[in-house]
Design a protein around this ligand. Structure first.
Ligand SMILES: Cc1cc2nc3c(=O)[nH]c(=O)nc-3n(C[C@H](O)[C@H](O)[C@H](O)COP(=O)(O)O)c2cc1C
Length: 355
């Protein structure tokens, strides 16, 4: 069945699930406009997921998408964590706040969260996607049998093949241009950093299931290009950050509208996994730090969140996890439904040969 029918949508446009940024109001507005709205559940627990799913259902009768993180559970290492906190201490000092005494694994991986699987099986969000890996076969089987449509991010052909083999219905080809965390299954393996164009083409050729292109796609021309590459749809994250429905705070919105948007940086210093961020004080401090000195994901993230809170309390917004893709300067601050209608119109124009 063509992907749009499988997903229950009219337009080949997916709003990316963005933990911390996408809200139920955004997801519902996008779905009501004929695209696929989404939220990220990677930073919440099972009760939080249940509330989020119910909040979306209160606002739309249409299909929507939720996303979970399938990273290998964190590897605590007291020596690395203490050295990291000592390194961050001078950054806390100007704000009169000490770094946390120790760091914890603040989010549980879906791979170790039976309660989250139970919520998905009971509440049945229509579409579920996996980032950072895929769950074990029993979980995939149970979710498929419950009638859920499944997708997984892939940043390489090997990950795309593994996702297809695991039994998902579609693969999201996440190029290096993309904002937010790279979906790499193993953050310590060599990363070929494939761009969206090459990765989409490779996965379209290699896989038997539909491919959704993601990374640097900001407008109808970009969506049309992805479709021309053989993608069945495009997934856009950064394009939606400035929407009024987004949870991005004022500092994040200001940074997105500033020159920092022209200088995105992939860093693991914020969360412990590589992620693309608007250049700011945090990406600067992450430069040239060998990856083995950064605590494992999401242990490092606790320190980042503490530093950002201390800085924000002193009106310094430069330590935020301001995730954004390379297309950031093209972001528009339209209401989500209006943005979807604009993208659809631009796509039609681009398909007819315009720009
Ligand atoms: C602010 C932000 C948060 C993100 N959070 C998630 C997430 O929770 N789960 C996920 O699978 N992808 C997440 N991503 C990555 C997106 O799914 C997608 O790959 C990316 O947004 C595509 O690139 P673009 O931002 O250039 O459109 C996030 C991206 C951004 C910008």
């Amino acid at each position: 069945m063509p992907l749009l029918d499988t997903l229950g949508i009219d337009l080949p446009i997916l709003q990316a699930p963005m933990a911390g940024v996408a809200s139920p109001a955004m997801a519902a507005a996008v779905s009501n406009a004929g695209a696929l709205g989404a939220v990220g559940l990677g930073a919440t627990d099972a009760p939080g997921a249940r509330k989020t799913i119910a909040a979306i259902r209160d606002l739309t009768k249409r299909s929507f998408h939720v996303n979970v993180f399938c990273h290998r559970p964190a590897k605590p290492d007291a020596a690395v964590e203490l050295a990291w906190l000592a390194r961050l201490r001078p950054h806390f000092e100007p704000f009169g706040a000490p770094p946390p005494a120790q760091l914890r694994e603040i989010y549980r991986s879906f791979l170790a969260d039976e309660a989250m699987l139970a919520v998905l099986l009971a509440d049945k969000p229509p579409v579920v996607s996996f980032h950072f890996g895929v769950p074990p076969p029993e979980a995939i089987r149970a979710l498929r049998e419950a009638g859920l449509v499944l997708m997984a991010s892939a940043t390489s052909v090997a990950e795309g093949r593994a996702a297809q083999q695991a039994g998902v219905h579609a693969v999201v080809a996440q190029g290096y241009e993309a904002g937010g965390h790279r979906g790499v299954f193993d953050p310590d393996a060599q990363d070929a950093c494939l761009g969206t164009m090459a990765l989409t083409r490779l996965l379209v050729r290699e896989l038997d299931i539909p491919v959704v292109a993601a990374g640097g796609i900001m407008d109808g021309a970009g969506i049309a290009a992805a479709l021309r590459l053989g993608a069945a749809a495009a997934q856009l994250g950064t394009a939606f950050i400035a929407c009024p429905e987004s949870n991005a705070d004022a500092g994040y919105r200001a940074a997105l509208a500033s020159d920092a948007a022209n200088h995105t940086v992939v860093t693991r210093a914020i969360s412990g996994r590589p992620a693309r961020c608007l250049s700011n004080r945090f990406t600067a401090l992450g430069l040239e730090i060998p990856s083995q000195q950064v605590p494992s994901y999401p242990i490092a993230y606790e320190a980042a969140k503490a530093l950002n809170s201390a800085a924000k309390a002193a009106n310094e917004t430069g330590y935020g996890a301001h995730w954004a893709g390379q297309g950031a300067p093209l972001a528009r601050s339209l209401p989500a439904a209006e943005l979807v209608a604009t993208l659809a119109k631009e796509l039609e124009q681009a398909a007819a040969g315009g720009r």
